[in-house]
Design a protein around this ligand. Structure first.
Ligand SMILES: *[C@@H]1O[C@H](CO)[C@@H](O)[C@H](O)[C@H]1NC(C)=O
Length: 519
């Protein structure tokens, strides 16, 4: 590190070569989803984008993403069009490598936003230890196994989206509050899952940009009025409204806002996804299954058979023994924990506290939200990475979270061909980055109970991964094992939820009770 110029360029070149090797790897239905969105935006006028439903993979991201797909569709070369890349059809059309090549390249190119944002983050630090800290943070994000698996194998555009989030965070750190708000609004108009971070942004911008709390108690009416910085409020409000106007304006003009909003918020989906994301509801569903077995075999009481309607799209799990969970309950729980997470920011609105509250908002939505995907763990891990070098205790939490979070993504890549890659890549990332973070974070005075828990937990992941993968390999030869398909997923989600919940617990503890980290 001594002579390094802290540039992400080499990492970009090396990782791009690796990502090109992943071109033929497994693609999920998200590949077809994005292909279909390109086709829709290419062939149809804007007013029909959110109404079209020939294919089941309808457009359900906010307008900026639709514009992005529109741009991509107009850059498609002729030989890729001839490959059926832009055909609107109910069933996926027959396409071959030109389409794959094109779409995979767009992911790599759009990810440059992330590299650029993080290079800026590195550049903006003081040369010396601070720069090497920022370099470790930045490179750990761009090389994150989650981004590699989800974007370059499974197929999504998270790199670009989290790049915009990082732009917003770097602006927050540099006290460019207006730019911070504008980038965040742009991000929301790309993908509305980032709404989960809104409470933290609200508190941070309100306190830093819209209010000036006086040192002394205000005595007159005019000094009370001066608490609110009216000019800044106006600037903030109008620039955010401008971004939203550019995004939604054209759709409002054609009067298609209602179908658009219905597409964005489909509450008809179930509480849990087909594969349970490792959160509180995974444990809840697991308890329900265990209780059913008790009713059947120990208490010999009949319970109604499991109402598990499985289809490719949506799986509705009705709890048999435990009470059902409604969207309202999940919403209230998430909001409750998020409000707690923003209180410290309202009191001392520093950048570190803000990132801490972003992390906790991400945690609350991941653990208690409705129909959470395992991929949403990025919403926690990426903001969190920025504050890890602050303190060794945070680093301990980070280890637990990344181990559990990254392993929980393994079922996304289930083909034997990707098996070696996913385990090896995650293992190498953990070894390299745990060692680097260990080196750059200030040392810990004493090792507590939680460190021992972390160590045992992380070591425990090895047998879990091994057992599940042996089951996986055997199930192709021993047909009986195929009946236990679900058990493998359950092992992963239950074990990983323990890790994620434990890391949330320690993070909350540090956030609310340990002032010296955040000052
Ligand atoms: C970072 O600094 C390097 C060297 O000073 C410069 O070449 C590069 O353009 C900068 N990048 C960003 C994104 O600011």
């Amino acid at each position: 590190m001594g002579k390094s110029n802290f540039s992400l360029w080499n990492i970009w070149v090396a990782s791009t070569l690796l990502k090109c090797l992943l071109f033929p790897a497994y693609r999920s239905t998200d590949f077809e989803v994005h292909r279909n969105w390109m086709a829709i935006t290419y062939h149809l006028p804007l007013k029909d984008w959110y109404i079209e439903d020939t294919s089941i993979w309808t457009l359900d991201y906010p307008p900026f993403f639709a514009y992005f797909e529109w741009i991509l569709s107009h850059l498609v070369p002729q030989f890729v069009i001839d490959d059926n890349c832009l055909v609107i059809s109910a069933e996926p059309p027959a396409f071959s490598w030109p389409s794959v090549f094109y779409q995979r390249s767009t992911v790599i190119l759009s990810e440059c936003v992330l590299f650029w944002a993080l290079q800026w983050y590195i550049n903006s630090s003081q040369p010396g230890t601070e720069r090497s800290k920022n370099f470790v943070v930045a490179s750990s994000i761009v090389l994150s196994p989650a981004l590699t698996f989800i974007d370059h194998i499974h197929f999504q555009y998270n790199g670009m989206l989290f790049g915009i989030l990082c732009l917003s965070l770097v602006n927050a750190q540099k006290k460019n509050y207006l730019a911070c708000a504008v980038f965040y609004t742009i991000l929301l108009c790309f993908k509305h899952i980032f709404l989960y971070l809104a409470p933290a942004y609200f508190a941070f911008l309100l306190r830093n940009y819209c209010l000036n709390i006086p040192k002394k108690v205000p005595r007159s009416f005019s000094s009370v009025c001066k608490i609110v910085n009216w000019l800044n409020c106006l600037k903030l409000g109008s620039s955010m409204a401008l971004v939203v106007g550019i995004a939604f304006g054209p759709f409002a003009y054609y009067g298609v806002i209602t179908p658009l909003v219905q597409r964005l918020f489909p509450f008809a989906r179930g509480l849990t996804h087909a594969y349970w994301a490792p959160n509180v509801w995974a444990i809840y569903s697991f308890l329900d299954r265990v209780l059913i077995q008790f009713y059947r075999h120990v208490w010999k009481t009949p319970v109604e058979s499991l109402a598990s309607t499985t289809s490719g799209l949506v799986r509705v799990v009705d709890f048999t023994v435990l009470p059902n969970i409604t969207p309202k309950v999940t919403f209230l729980l998430t909001l409750f924990y998020q409000i707690f997470a923003i209180l410290p920011v309202l009191i001392t609105p520093t950048f570190t506290k803000f990132v801490g509250s972003l992390t906790l908002c991400g945690f609350a939505s991941f653990l208690f939200g409705w129909h959470v995907h395992e991929k949403a763990i990025l919403l926690v891990i990426i903001p969190f990475t920025f504050i890890v070098p602050k303190d060794k205790r945070l680093f301990e939490v980070f280890k637990l979270l990344t181990c559990a979070g990254y392993v929980s993504l393994f079922p996304l890549l289930f083909r034997p061909a990707e098996y070696g890659f996913k385990t090896l890549y995650t293992f190498v990332w953990c070894v390299i980055y745990y060692a680097s973070f260990e080196e750059i974070t200030p040392s810990l005075p004493r090792r507590g109970f939680w460190n021992r828990f972390n160590l045992i937990y992380i070591i425990g992941l090895l047998p879990v991964v091994t057992i599940v993968s042996v089951l996986e390999m055997l199930s192709s030869t021993v047909p009986v094992l195929q009946r236990f398909e679900f058990v493998k997923l359950m092992i992963y989600s239950v074990y990983c939820s323990i890790g994620v919940i434990a890391s949330w617990n320690s993070m909350s503890w540090l956030y609310y009770l340990d002032d010296e980290i955040w000052s």
